[in-house]
Write a protein that binds this ligand. Sequence first.
Ligand SMILES: C[S@@+](CC[C@H](N)C(=O)[O-])C[C@H]1O[C@@H](n2cnc3c(N)ncnc32)[C@H](O)[C@@H]1O
Length: 352
Amino acid sequence: MNNSGIIRASEFLCPGVCMGAHYGTDGRVAVGRQFAAIHWNYMETSLSDSSELNTLRDLIRWGASRFYAEELCFGHGTDNAFDEARTLVCHALHLPFVFPEGYLAARVTAEEQQAIVELLETRIRTRKPAAYLTHEAWFAGLPFYVDERVLVPRSPMAEWIEKGFAPWLDAEEVDRVLDLCTGSACIAIACAAHFDNAEVDAVELSPEALEVARTNVQRHDLEDWVHLYQSDLFDALPQEQYQLIISNPPYVSAGELQALPDEYGHEPEMGLLADQEGLAIVVRILAQAADYLTDDGILVVEVGNSEALLVECFPDVPFHWLEFERGGQGVFLLEAAQLKAHRSVFEAVLKT
Ligand SMILES: C[S@@+](CC[C@H](N)C(=O)[O-])C[C@H]1O[C@@H](n2cnc3c(N)ncnc32)[C@H](O)[C@@H]1O
């Protein structure tokens, strides 16, 4: 699943083995259910233990060890414990994530060390993804303000936005883009940044998420290029024609949602959950998108693990599943003519 994109600390060390697993027999880390029993004891002593942590390298390594031991879940901007720890260490020190590696050996002050350890422990105690602690996430090479009103940006579609969806689109020729379910507006803003001549309409139902989107549009100085609409998908949108409609809608079923690790509980449920086994919003987009596309326009939608169910529901629809060099799956592309040809099938499913 991409919206979840779950990567557990345990999987990073030992693929296929999850919560409470009895790995670590090679002595690399002491983990497993037994660890939970001594967890509180460990928490009490962890601050004093940290007195031996002097350098950035020490603190990142220590944080990563703690994250593995506590079996944190990743997938909200980083995919492993080292990057998650480095994100938090750098944030506490007001440093960028990337800096000359020689500075890893730099010593921190006692005050800095305390701030870092507290932040790392907060990540463990609350299970909040690092992005909600730092209020920053990166997407398509751009920084975004985030908090718990929006999903943490992580769609693999960033890679294709950067490529301008060639050969389906000529980036220079694109002047109208629609981002449905915009959340933080990360996709809309990335499109405005990568399609030089495009105005972008961005639609979001949640007023709280729209406030975050507005913050990001202002932060990137794109008020003249990115237009925000509060709307239930197309409902409150002017009848425009777009060359690209792009969406990362909610597509997680109720059953899947319940099984997600605690990190996902900090994200707005409305950003993840969709009825009809996760397909309710996706099918509405499929049924309506053709009315808003130019003749040579394309629809691109992330559906993550719902790919299999979508193909099962619509066996005759020629979904093109995009491939990713940087990892990811579950994103389809359809051309306007294909959507029109199968519109009746989508509408029939909507009526059931
Ligand atoms: C998976 S999140 C994606 C957010 C952002 N585009 C991203 O990629 O990080 C889906 C977003 O769709 C919004 N949403 C849910 N139902 C909607 C609807 N019917 N119309 C418009 N937006 C909706 C949610 O509030 C949430 O912000």
